[in-house]
Design a protein around this ligand. Structure first.
Ligand code: KG4
Ligand code: ZN
Length: 359
């Protein structure tokens, strides 16, 4: 690709206010993320009303910073991309409105990007200084894995426009399970990275937590049973003298985190093995979402790729959690497939999930 087109990507679907400038869909010139973790920490979860107000306060500054860090002027932009679904409606509306204002003011196309699909695109991005790896081959129908605070699902990826959900969690997302286990242990929010760190020193075999299998053939999985098992280990089982509450000390906490992490990650790997059995032609696995930052999952995904002869695209750490670069990158890809025909300024923010298939 040598078009040298710059796209501004805006992301505000949950609690990260983010903007990035990406060249030609892959080279990230800037990636600014203003996290709201400190605002939601005392509630141990994202409070939608607080999130949208914070987005409204920060979005202008974040957009300006992304241009400044990229060393580009607004007039250099070829398009504005925005994550417009799914997410918290009040949060989405801030990003969508800001993107419309920018696109209209600059007279460039506006493109709405699906947040979950953008996570699948994150492994394709690279920084200015780094050489990009080869484009993923989607011709043999790649598979996709999104693991985040809101999503845990497997996809068939035939092109960037044609992505079909094959299965996923029927209750909690994996990131949500991490955050809830962390909350049970009184660890800071968001809990995923903390549990990951504590697990490094723990004995993963200490507690035999259940690995979700559900129906053998299905690609669905569940995290509520694992979460309950952790709760019972921690607080004890009522009226069962042989299952008392766990003593809270650093050793026990580390062992609990390691045992939980082992079961949580094993469930994903098990279903991915099944998905690969069901799609023998697949040679590429795209991955994304906050939980792809998890050390154990990264290790096991890499090993799975080696075992099954599949190229696994893991996002760089900066592109695992919500960010504007993945939105700009996929926005570029969608626009070039459509001859740079943008969406109308009436583009809606949509809180609900991704349609299963877009023909
Ligand atoms: O993709 P993301 O920023 O937001 C959603 O779209 O949901 O993902 C955030 C989630 C949180 O649940 C957070 O705890 C989890 O990703 N997370 C991790 C790690 N880093 C972030 N979970 C496990 N291990 C990590 N290292
Ligand atoms: Zn996300």
């Amino acid at each position: 690709m040598s078009e040298r087109r710059l796209v501004l990507g805006i992301e505000s679907s949950c609690d990260e206010t983010a903007a990035a400038v990406v060249q030609d869909g892959r080279r990230v010139l800037s990636n600014v993320v203003a996290s709201q973790n400190e605002l939601h920490a005392e509630y141990r979860g994202v409070v939608p009303e607080i999130a949208s107000r914070a987005h409204a306060e920060r979005i202008g500054t974040v957009m300006r910073a992304s241009l400044k860090q990229a060393g580009v002027e607004p007039a250099d932009l070829a398009a504005v991309a925005v994550g417009h679904r799914p997410g918290l409606i009040g949060s989405l509306l801030v990003g969508v409105s800001a993107a419309k204002a920018a696109a209209w003011g600059l007279g460039v196309p506006l493109v709405g990007v699906d947040h979950v699909r953008a996570h699948l695109y994150a492994g394709v991005l690279h920084e200015v200084a780094a050489d990009g790896a080869a484009e993923p081959d989607l011709s043999g129908s790649a598979l996709g894995l999104v693991v985040s605070g809101g999503h845990t699902a497997f996809y068939k990826v035939e092109s960037w426009q044609r992505i079909t959900r094959l299965g996923g969690t029927i209750d909690d997302a994996i990131g949500e399970a991490y955050d809830k286990v962390a909350a049970m242990l009184n660890l800071p929010f968001p809990g995923g990275p903390v549990v990951d760190r504590l697990a490094a020193d723990g004995d993963e075999k200490r507690f035999a937590f259940p690995i979700s299998r559900l129906d053998k053939a299905s690609l669905n999985l569940s995290y509520s049973g694992l979460k309950t098992a952790v709760l019972y280990t921690l607080r004890g089982v009522p009226d069962a003298e042989d299952r008392p509450a766990m003593e809270i000390n650093p050793r026990n906490i580390a062992d609990l985190c390691a045992s939980f992490q082992r079961a949580a990650v094993a469930a994903v790997i098990l279903k991915l093995e099944r998905a690969l059995d069901q799609h023998p032609g697949v040679r590429t696995l795209l991955t994304g979402g906050g939980v792809t930052a998890n050390s154990r999952l990264r290790r096991e995904l890499t090993a799975l790729g080696e075992r099954r002869g599949v190229r696994v695209l893991l996002p760089r750490m900066a592109y695992c959690v919500d960010n504007g670069a993945m939105i700009a990158g996929l926005g570029h890809r969608l626009l070039s497939e459509r001859g740079w025909q943008g969406d109308p300024l009436s583009l809606a923010a949509q809180p609900s999930g991704t349609p299963e298939t877009i023909p």
